[in-house]
Design a protein around this ligand. Structure first.
Ligand code: FES
Length: 120
């Protein structure tokens, strides 16, 4: 009786090459926006506020973390809650109609209505 020892290598047909799995590509560093995903930095009237992103309304999350953002109507009409998002824009929802109407071109400079922006 012919005893032949089988190994993993012996089961792979000879005409198939096995590609090595490449490790991380150092030429593609992570998006800088995502490197700081663990915080959102807001500026409002020369004040800086740092919040830890949790799901919910940006104003509510900030107030819940004892960040004293100014606000008034909470409906997207007064504009008192306007903040400049210095860091963490990618963790926020896209501007809604109220923000687009109130902030117009300022949206392009990173301004948001904290009572309307949602943390994703
Ligand atoms: S509190 Fe008035 S627009 Fe946000």
């Amino acid at each position: 009786m012919n005893k032949r020892t089988l190994t993993i290598g012996s089961l792979i047909p000879r005409n198939i090459s096995i590609n090595k799995v490449s490790k991380s590509n150092p030429s593609n560093p992570p998006d800088p926006e995502y490197r700081h995903f663990n915080k959102i930095i807001l500026l409002q009237k020369q004040m800086k506020f740092e919040i830890q992103p949790t799901k919910g309304n940006l104003l509510d999350v900030a107030l819940g973390q004892e960040q004293a953002l100014q606000y008034k109507c909470r409906k997207g009409t007064c504009g008192v809650c306007t903040v400049k998002v210095a860091e963490g824009r990618s963790s926020l929802s896209l501007p809604n109609e109220k923000e687009q109407s109130k902030l117009k071109k300022a949206l392009n400079d990173g301004y948001r209505l904290a009572c309307q922006a949602e943390i994703l």
